[in-house]
Design a protein around this ligand. Structure first.
Ligand code: ADP
Ligand code: MG
Length: 353
């Protein structure tokens, strides 16, 4: 699909397929077009060009209410004057579902989401997490052929978010219904998605499993967006087979597609830079420590190599403090390599490291 609002192009050639029963996450920064894609699937937006299929049915001209989908938003959009029970039952009543059937489905969903004791309450008598679970329950009772989620956990605190995330995974496993989930949070994308679609400025950047997107980012944007703390990038000069920047100097691994260009960008995840480890073909340099963040099981060390600011993961027990100069190294065979201008990966993945 393509989508423009007046002159503004919002989606360009967005094309992907969700398999039967699959959990696909659309992830990207705010404004990249995630909600527009979801709303287009739902029938709340019309594509400027292109087709939307649900199953074998082209649904471009099918109104939203006839698409057999259920959508959950970040804002819970509950009816304030209705009880939890009636909020969940509302859509079924509108569709003239028999009362005993409604009752069974609502109680089953309430049980799943831990809402059984709260069925008589009004939304204002619930916590944010409970309200969101009512919104999820309301979608589940519909038994749709597709679930669409638009950042449904963004209003919850970190702990509740993690908890509800596992509930959603459990729900997906139990129902086996296709789910398309939108988030700007790469952790949510990594943990929930069987496959993830990474978006930027209305263009799909990469579609793959979370692990492949992490391990084999197709471009610098994906490398930097997926993973926390973010991948470090160093622009380096190429002379023959030699890659160099400041203190760093090493021979390009054979799988790096060197073209005639004189620069490339090296991408290093924080865990790919180790303290010490001077063995073998590792590239070595000194890091001047700026900030040390202990996070319990590990430590994040922010420091400078020449003018570059880098972050590395270190053992929680490493004795490092600001202003220390520490020797660090990385294995060029594990690093990522990008064309500095286009950002495209120039690593040949068909050649093993
Ligand atoms: P996301 O959900 O990834 O944050 P959206 O799909 O909401 O992004 O929006 C993508 C872009 O489309 C944004 O630049 C937004 O301002 C624009 N946009 C969304 N809806 C409309 C609209 N109804 N009219 C004009 N521009 C819109
Ligand atoms: Mg959005």
């Amino acid at each position: 699909i393509h989508k423009s609002f007046d002159e503004t192009i919002v989606l360009t050639d967005v094309n992907f397929r969700v398999e039967e029963g699959e959990f696909v996450v659309l992830v990207g920064p705010s404004g990249c077009g995630k909600s527009t894609i979801l709303r287009t699937i739902a029938g709340l937006e019309t594509p400027t060009s292109g087709d939307v299929f649900i199953g074998n049915r082209r649904v471009n001209d099918v109104p939203a209410r006839d698409r057999d989908i259920a959508m959950v938003f970040q804002s819970y959009a509950l009816y304030p004057h209705l009880t939890v029970y009636d909020n969940m039952a509302f859509g079924l009543k509108m569709r003239k579902t028999p009362k005993p059937d409604i009752d069974e489905r609502v109680r089953e969903a309430a049980d799943f989401f831990g809402l059984s004791e709260l069925l008589h309450r009004k939304p204002r008598q619930l916590s944010g997490g409970q309200r969101q679970r009512v919104a999820l329950g309301r979608a589940v009772v519909r038994k749709p052929s597709v679930f669409l989620f638009d950042e449904p956990l963004s209003n919850l605190d970190a702990k509740l978010r993690a908890h509800t995330r596992t509930e959603l995974s459990r729900l997906h496993k139990r129902l086996g219904t296709a789910m398309v989930y939108v988030t700007h949070d790469q952790v949510e994308a990594m943990t929930l998605g069987q496959r993830i679609v990474v978006l930027k400025d209305g263009f799909i950047q990469q579609i793959d499993t979370p692990l492949n997107v992490y391990k084999r980012p197709l471009n610098r944007f994906v490398g930097g967006f997926i993973g926390s703390p973010a991948m470090n990038f160093v622009n380096a000069a190429i002379t023959g087979k030699e890659i160099a920047h400041g203190q760093i100097k090493f021979t390009a691994p054979s799988f790096v597609k060197l073209n005639s260009k004189s620069t490339l960008t090296v991408g290093l995840r924080p865990e790919q830079i180790a303290i010490g480890e001077t063995s073998g073909d590792r590239a070595k340099f000194n890091l001047v420590v700026d900030v040390v963040e202990p996070v319990g099981n590990e430590m994040l060390v922010y420091g400078r190599m020449d003018e570059e600011i880098l972050v590395i993961r270190a053992e929680a027990t490493a004795y490092i403090k600001p202003d220390d100069t520490i020797p660090v190294s990385f294995d060029p065979k594990t690093a990522h390599y990008f064309d500095t201008d286009s950002g495209e990966s120039i690593r040949d993945w068909s050649m093993s490291a």
